[in-house]
Design a protein around this ligand. Structure first.
Ligand code: HEM
Length: 448
């Protein structure tokens, strides 16, 4: 548990709260029929929902987790806790600006459309501050373990992603720049790949390499398999994104070959990673796997499914047809699914740390696992992942109604899980378990 317990990151829980609100807001846009598959992928509603998901939900979630996680794997503090607050404010306000900007462009209001690059600029600043805050302890740490190296690589892809996004925003909202920057828009797929693959996926893999063995008591040292996942993933995403961007300006054949080699390297990295994750589950010393890691198996399956579909569509030359459903599977199934499942452990843990950590030795203190009632979570996880799976199928079949019905299930499941996180935070189950005598320590009085 040392990985989480060094010191409480003050802004992590507020970041998680904002992230969940943004996730539900994005689901609201889908339910309102403003996005793919009811609308085309390049409409303002889809672009707004995509960025609510990737910045509002996933970026806040991952950075919030890293603000807690990085000081512990490096044994060094963040550069500053206040910088974490500045990141939260910059990302949240920037993301709201971007969403407003996308809708303004769609509605044909050129002045309001400036909210897109201005919001994008705020997001870029928030990201740079976060990279400094997390990057300094990582770079100063020697030797840096595999999860730390994977996070550092991810941060480089994150900077590339937001820089590309910002130049797209300038192209769309500032007409005088459009003639110079417009060709870059052809690289929108590379922007998505750098963000969802190079940043989120490599970082999620790195963090899971620490959290999975820790909670299941399995060997942490991943040896050559872990290093290969990191190197193949990094080289693969770099080649695919780099060659893809270069193809915006040049039709040279070797660039296409380099791009395909990159995709192949990423595919091998994903297979190796999933094999290694299965090995962590197999070699665990803890007989009972906790609910968050049981449910996470579905998220890993979605990583495999999304990657397999991407390879299938690529080989048949129809990647652009399958891309929206693949992005949906990766965002909701793999990254979102892993996020929701891990929150089911991280929220109780941070709650315990902030409320009860300092009460140890002074009367009854609940255990972390007393803060949740696992059987309550299973129906929500099952509903969530089922909704995502069937939703992707309806998306591929081009059925907006079926897709939205599935998102309604996904929303219901998300709300159900949010209630469970809230109950953990309030000490609801700990209170029920220990009855009247336990009332004082379970009330939220001692904030960290
Ligand atoms: C982690 C960060 C990000 C990720 C993962 C990401 C992901 C994506 C994805 C998947 C698309 C394609 C959406 C579609 O076609 O419907 C997209 C498009 C776009 N993104 Fe981002 N994005 C990120 C950050 C940003 C930022 C900071 C900006 C800055 C304003 C931005 C601006 C844009 C724009 C303008 C487009 C549309 C380009 C076009 O018209 O083709 N993105 N992004």
């Amino acid at each position: 548990m040392a990985v989480l317990s060094n010191r409480l990151s003050r802004w992590t829980l507020p970041m998680f709260t904002c992230a969940l609100v943004n996730f539900l807001a994005a689901q609201g846009l889908i339910l309102a029929g403003l996005t793919w598959p009811a609308e085309s992928i390049s409409t303002s509603g889809t672009l707004a929902a995509v960025h609510l998901l990737v910045i509002g939900w996933l970026l806040l979630l991952v950075l919030g987790a890293l603000f807690q996680f990085v000081p512990v794997i490096t044994s060094r503090p963040l550069v500053s806790q206040s910088m974490a607050l500045v990141t939260l404010i910059a990302l949240e306000t920037g993301m709201v600006g971007m969403v407003g900007g996308f809708f303004s462009i769609g509605a044909g209001y050129p002045t309001l459309a400036m909210a897109l690059p201005l919001g994008g600029l705020a997001v870029c600043l928030g990201v740079l501050i976060a990279c400094w805050n997390i990057g300094v302890p990582l770079i100063r740490s020697r030797p840096l373990p595999l999860p730390g190296r994977m996070i550092l690589t991810g941060l480089a892809f994150l900077i590339l992603t937001v820089t590309l996004g910002f130049s797209f925003a300038l192209t769309l909202a500032v007409p005088v720049l459009a003639p110079y920057l417009a060709p870059l828009l052809a690289g929108v797929g590379d922007h998505a790949l750098a963000g969802l693959g190079g940043w989120f996926t490599l970082t999620a893999m790195g963090v899971s390499y620490k959290l999975l063995p820790m909670f299941m008591l399995a060997p942490e040292e991943r040896g050559i398999a872990g290093d290969s996942v990191h190197i193949l993933g990094t080289v693969g995403f770099a080649l695919a994104v780099g060659a893809g961007l270069a193809r915006v300006w040049s039709a040279a054949g070797p660039l296409r070959t380099a791009e395909l080699v990159g995709y192949a390297a990423v595919a091998i990295a994903v297979v190796l990673y999933l094999w290694d994750v299965a090995k962590i589950y197999r070699t665990r010393k803890r007989t009972v796997v906790e609910a968050h890691n049981r449910a996470a198996i579905a998220a890993f399956a979605f990583l495999g499914l999304g990657s397999a579909l991407a390879i299938g569509f690529l080989m048949t030359g129809h990647l652009s047809v399958g891309a929206p459903a693949i992005v949906f599977l990766i965002v909701f199934g793999w990254l979102g699914g892993l996020g929701l499942t891990q929150l089911y452990k991280i929220v109780p843990f941070l709650t315990w740390l902030s409320r009860y950590g300092s009460s140890l030795g002074r009367g009854h203190v609940p255990r972390v696992q007393d803060l949740v009632l696992e059987r309550r979570s299973y129906p929500w996880f099952a509903l969530y992942f089922l909704g995502v799976l069937v939703g992707a199928l309806f998306g591929l079949l081009g059925s907006p109604r079926g897709f939205r019905a599935c998102i309604a299930l996904v929303t219901l499941a998300t709300v159900g899980l949010v209630i469970e996180y809230w109950r953990a935070w309030r000490g609801h189950y700990a209170h029920l378990r220990h009855g009247e005598s336990a009332t004082p320590p379970f009330l939220p009085t001692q904030r960290g």
